[in-house]
Ligand binder design. Structure first.
Ligand SMILES: CC(C)(COP(=O)(O)OP(=O)(O)OC[C@H]1O[C@@H](n2cnc3c(N)ncnc32)[C@H](O)[C@@H]1OP(=O)(O)O)[C@@H](O)C(=O)NCCC(=O)NCCS
Length: 185
């Protein structure tokens, strides 16, 4: 199956548009994705312009192939038209109808409620559109902003995963968050 950009799901919120990736997103990503604040708690190598370009290309290719089960959205700010981040919902098990979510935004836009808005849109998509039963998120113990938006969207703190990630050479504990679909059995 191939999926044209216009067929990719689009999630509208008051201030944001979560949509498929476009060619012109790369210029924005090359600015915000390289800011250290963004990747401070995210595992993986320290981002470089080459890695950001490879990630962007991978998104375009996956989108064109219509790979389902792993929804990566570009987050666009409506008033500026700028691409300011990414939001992902990955289905972990179709048998058990559960998935995981993550949101990352340009640090220049933080603390305006946009992270919460993007996460709420992912939750609505996962429950209402995909019919999932459960969503989860893994958050570094020191990633306070991410913990705030998870709790603001109704996620419950379910436990602590000890040394679950290796953050560029340092073992890190993660908080496990879970949210059940209130509309499903
Ligand atoms: C997580 C993230 C998307 C939140 O984005 P945001 O637009 O700032 O989120 P919001 O403004 O909706 O909410 C942030 C909340 O955290 C709070 N917060 C942020 N930093 C904080 C800090 N250092 N200490 C205490 N509270 C903090 C804010 O006050 C706000 O809480 P409130 O709504 O109760 O006032 C953003 O911080 C980010 O992109 N982080 C880097 C990528 C990342 O780690 N993603 C998570 C992967 S699991």
């Amino acid at each position: 199956m191939t999926l044209a950009l216009q067929d990719y799901p689009q999630l509208d919120t008051a201030r944001l548009l979560l949509r498929g990736f476009r060619d012109d997103d790369l210029a924005f990503m090359q600015v915000f994705a390289l800011r250290p604040a963004l990747w401070r708690y995210l595992p993986g190598p320290e981002p470089t312009a080459e890695l950001v370009a490879a990630y962007h290309e991978a998104r375009l290719q996956a989108q064109a192939l219509g790979q389902s089960g792993d929804w990566h959205f570009a987050v666009e700010q409506r008033d500026s038209g700028c691409m300011i981040g990414t939001a992902r919902l990955s289905i972990q098990s179709r048998e058990h109808n559960n998935g995981s979510v993550a949101v990352s935004l340009d640090s220049d836009t933080w603390r305006q409620g946009l992270g919460r808005e993007a996460l709420a849109a992912l939750v609505a998509f996962g429950f209402a559109e995909l019919g999932l039963h459960r969503l989860s998120a893994l958050v570094d113990v020191e990633n306070i902003a991410s913990q705030h938006i998870a709790e603001a969207c109704g996620f419950a703190r379910e436990g602590l995963l000890r040394q679950n990630f290796n953050l560029r050479g340092q073992w890190r504990d993660s908080v496990l968050y879970g949210l059940l679909n209130p509309a499903r059995d």
